[in-house]
Design a protein around this ligand. Structure first.
Ligand code: FES
Ligand code: FES
Length: 179
């Protein structure tokens, strides 16, 4: 491998070690070396969000992330969200609310939404102010805030109202667990 570098990291809770070109993106590494094609390549330029995955709990655009920068980290992709043959509650909510049409943006939307729940729970900066807290003290995001926080994930099919509805329901249900 030209400019080869060994990268060891966890992908969907499994230890992986790959020898890759040091310039290879996380997206290409997932799709082309680890056979995880759930993460999609829309623009490859950080503009669409289709490639969103979760790295150490935070959503990142894998097309703009060098795989080598993930050394020692934990990466969760859409393939890793379901556990023990049970969908993640966010996946259930997207199904229930038809939060997709063609589905191309959906893995990125769902990964983004799962990480968004964590951001909200931790009280990370709100863009808007109408959010309320539920009895457990978790922040309940308004539709506007959900739309704003999901604005990095483009949907060409325009499924936005249903995506917001899915996330709105998911945030009031049980915790959205990451692996
Ligand atoms: Fe990464 Fe579009 S493919 S943002
Ligand atoms: Fe088709 Fe979003 S469901 S791009």
């Amino acid at each position: 491998v030209e400019n080869g570098v060994n990268v060891s990291f966890r992908v969907n809770s499994i230890n992986k070690k790959v020898l890759i070109d040091s310039r290879m993106t996380l997206l290409d590494t997932l799709r082309e070396r680890l056979e995880l094609t759930g993460s999609k390549k829309g623009c490859d330029h950080g503009q669409c969000g289709a490639c969103t995955v979760i790295v150490d709990g935070n959503r990142v655009l894998s097309c703009l992330t060098l795989a080598a920068s993930c050394e020692g980290k934990s990466v969760i992709t859409i393939e890793g969200l379901a556990k023990d043959n049970e969908l993640n509650p966010m996946q259930d909510a997207f199904l229930k609310h038809d939060g997709f049409q063609c589905g191309y943006c959906t893995p990125g939307q769902i990964c983004s939404a799962v990480a968004l729940m964590k951001e909200a729970k931790e009280g990370q900066a709100s863009y808007l102010t109408q959010n309320i807290r539920n009895q457990q003290g978790s922040i309940i995001l308004s539709d506007e805030e959900i739309a704003e926080r999901m604005s990095g994930n483009i949907c060409r099919c325009g499924a936005y109202p249903n995506i917001v509805a899915a996330i709105k329901e998911a945030q009031t249900g049980k915790d959205i667990e990451q692996t």
